[in-house]
Every structure is written in C-alpha cells, then in structure tokens.
Design a protein around this ligand. Structure first.
Ligand code: ZN
Length: 103
C-alpha cells in the first residue's frame, strides 16, 4: 500500500486501521479527512483483498480531488464511485496512456 498520495499540491497520508470506520453511523471501507489531509482504509474482516483496498483508496482520492478543486460534487457518492471505478480501470488497462501522461 502507498504511504501518501499527492492530490494537486496537497499531500494526503494513507493510513490503514483496524478500527471500524463510521461515516454518518454506517460502517465504511474508508474515509477522508480534508482538514487533516488523511485517508483511512479499513483492514478489518470485511475488507477482502488488495483489489477492494485499491478501489476504496481511489474512491477517497476522488473525494479529495474534487474537494481540493472546490467542487460541491465531492459529496456526491454516486459520482465519486463512478469516477473511482473508471479511473482504476483506465489506469489498469492503459499503461501506454499513463506513460504518455508522465512524459
Ligand atoms: Zn465516499
């Protein structure tokens, strides 16, 4: 797992926790704290495998990315989820594209 991610100019540290992560009273796979610039990932029993963790990490990254760019949509879970899944697939399936962007 990565220790941190740079989102535009803001570095968010990535922590794994055995604590149950509650968002609005519901147990979640992860959360993001914009003020503390911290993403937490749950590593309890429900969190199966790296694939799930990657998906959750990207979800929290998209929240933070929209927030840091001042977009109200950062609270739109459906949009965040769609973008997160899309980005994971895009990055996974297009190494040539990633190389082009990094040049
Ligand atoms: Zn979310």
């Amino acid at each position: 797992m990565v220790e941190s991610v740079l989102i535009d100019t803001v570095r968010y540290r990535v922590e794994q926790t055995k604590e149950t992560i509650l968002v609005d009273g519901h147990a979640c796979h992860g959360d993001v704290d914009y003020n503390q610039t911290r993403i937490r990932l749950s590593c309890d029993g429900a969190m199966l495998g790296e694939g799930r963790k990657v998906q959750t990490l990207m979800h929290e990254i998209v929240h933070a990315l929209l927030y840091e760019r001042g977009r109200q949509e950062h609270e739109n879970e459906e949009l965040v989820d769609a973008l997160a899944s899309g980005f994971v697939n895009l990055i996974r399936e297009n190494p040539g594209l990633m190389e082009l962007i990094r040049k």
